[in-house]
Ligand binder design. Structure first.
Ligand code: COA
Length: 174
């Protein structure tokens, strides 16, 4: 059964390294992870803000709420899945479950951004009840495979505590 649980840098480093080795797109989202030590360091750095998406004891993805601002009741959400865990709706359920927990904690507005050319990520956010609020033109810069810089538009989405909740089965929060 999939569930959400805290990260354990020691235990989860190998699974995270394998996920990053299997997927070039993950390096755009997080700092490059090329060794077990990189994975451990990254997990230790995000442990307070992120949860592992766990399937049968293995971490297959991450959902994170950074930049929490108690003054305004906001946070910035992000997520990823190992390629082997994609295509099953897990990211949307993880994002929805994390969002419900944050609203229960008193946050009011959860925000995220997805590259305009990342339709799967936009679909995940919309499925988890996030609404589009606009496009930030040429917001991000990444190098292409030849090392040339390319700029990307970013679709901004947000979900408010008062927005209708999506009809998704929540993941257990361990
Ligand atoms: C984004 C990510 C988590 C999505 O994983 P996933 O939920 O398993 O994605 P799926 O393959 O099930 O696709 C989600 C939805 O997008 C749709 N989709 C996927 N690729 C698509 C495409 N090229 N065009 C249009 N729709 C697409 C799917 O049909 C699916 O729709 P549905 O929910 O209505 O069935 C995963 O691709 C990932 O980890 N990417 C790298 C990191 C990243 O980009 N994170 C997001 C940044 S915030």
């Amino acid at each position: 059964m999939p569930r959400l649980r805290p990260w354990s840098p020691e235990r989860d480093a190998a699974a995270v390294l394998a996920a990053f080795e299997a997927s070039a797109d993950l390096h755009r989202q997080a700092p490059p992870i090329r060794t077990l030590a990189d994975a451990r360091e990254h997990l230790a750095a995000i442990a307070a803000e992120a949860l592992a998406i766990d399937v049968d004891g293995t971490a297959v993805g991450c959902v994170m709420a950074g930049s929490r601002d108690p003054r305004h009741g906001t946070a910035w959400l992000s997520y990823w899945l190992a390629p082997s865990a994609r295509g099953r709706g897990l990211a949307a359920r993880a994002l929805d479950s994390m969002s419900r927990a944050l609203f229960a904690d008193g946050l009011h507005r959860l925000e995220l951004g997805a590259r305009a050319n990342n339709p799967a990520s936009i679909a995940v956010a919309e499925r988890a009840g996030y609404l589009r609020e606009g496009v930030e033109r040429e917001r991000l810069r990444y190098a292409d495979e030849q090392g040339r810089d390319e700029r990307f538009d970013v679709v901004r989405l947000a979900r408010l505590a008062t927005d209708p909740a999506p009809d998704l089965a929540p993941l257990e929060l361990a």
